[in-house]
Write a protein that binds this ligand. Sequence first.
Ligand code: HEC
Length: 400
Amino acid sequence: MKKKHLFVALAAVLAQASAWSAGTPKAPPVEIAAAAMSAPSHDEALSPMENLVLGTALLLERERETFEMQQVFRLALYLRPLRRVYDPSPDLVRKGESPDIEKVYTERIKRVLGSDMLRRIDQMKLTHADMEEYLRKHVPLYEVDWKKTPSFALVEYAVNDFHEQIAPPQTIDPKDKPEYYIAGSIRQISGRNPGDGQKLFEGVCSSCHGMDGQGRFPPIVMKSYLSLHSDHEHFEIVKGGPPQKPGAPIVMPTFGDKLTNDQMWAIVKYLRTWEQHWTDPRNVRRGEAEAKAAKVKFYSTPEVRKIWESRNKNVVLLDLQSDIAYRIMGHIPGTLHIRPEELDKKMKKIPKDKEIIVIDMFGSQGLAPAVELAKAGYKTAYLADGMMDWHIVRDYPTEY
Ligand code: HEC
């Protein structure tokens, strides 16, 4: 059985997406043991959300070539928050989340699909039997119990389907991932007790990700990142490592062969606690203290929206996302875009007499360049929660 690709961090995907190629061959669906689904009768109609998500996933399965790359990217992004609505995890932080998430994102999925694809979904006349068939045939994702939480499983599986299409085409095989030594004392931690997750993280993961999860690799503590990742997704990442391209300077090892399931879940739950902490305004991300010391001003997303709407001529919105993120993930209309690696070379293009608001994807990678600009004498500010918040969370005007 060929194992399907695992999941991919958006940041990693978008950084690697230049190597993306259309029509990655799909692994054949794997049959898993059939079991009767108790709930609704088979020919009963699906809820509007289920109908849309199942139809979208089936369209991708049957007509991959009709999807454009930007559609695949955007659908992968817009399906994610829906998954959160149905996620049974009791640890999810849902404080302050819009009650309209489902409406907002189903509308956006429809917009991306367009009338023709929507018509074809309509013509499928999908029922619960079709949904069960999809769930049953899908490669099972660890501990998503599709019989108990079919709607959640449907969205989770659909996210996975879209992500597979944008995973780096050549992913390092788990058997080629490096060995990783785990001290005996850490191995003995059970993983069942609250607090074990933190001990395990600090013992096993912190050498690369930092004690605070804000290491050099994609920082994984910001709410903007965590709220888009499900527990199951993190479990898969810990178990098999994220998909990475051969030649990646540092390869994340697999832990499925080194830790027990309980231990891996304990780590995942620990990652989730960061989401809770991140809602605390006193929280300081790495680089934030330096930025504040360099007099970089922090703006919330609504504050930047007000500035953007006022068309203040004394402000430049400087987007430092990669090309692919700028184009596919989207950007605030009217921004000046400079690729992060070209900032030094192009700094002269940036006017010194205006306020520069630095924009990145998650509200992390742009901090260092913001400090650099501030130190070079620019009046610098920072969109604190990145494009993820502007675009995916708040649905503010975005251009592609
Ligand atoms: C040897 C270094 C190393 C260790 C140890 C390590 N990681 Fe990673 N991790 C990485 C690298 C490198 C990436 C970025 C991969 C990429 O995008 O190319 C990463 C990415 C991630 C991501 C984001 C992946 C995604 O696709 O969203 C998460 C979450 C993560 N690691 C969690 C963990 C956890 C939890 C542990 C401990 C069980 C761990 N890592 C141990 C190197 C490591």
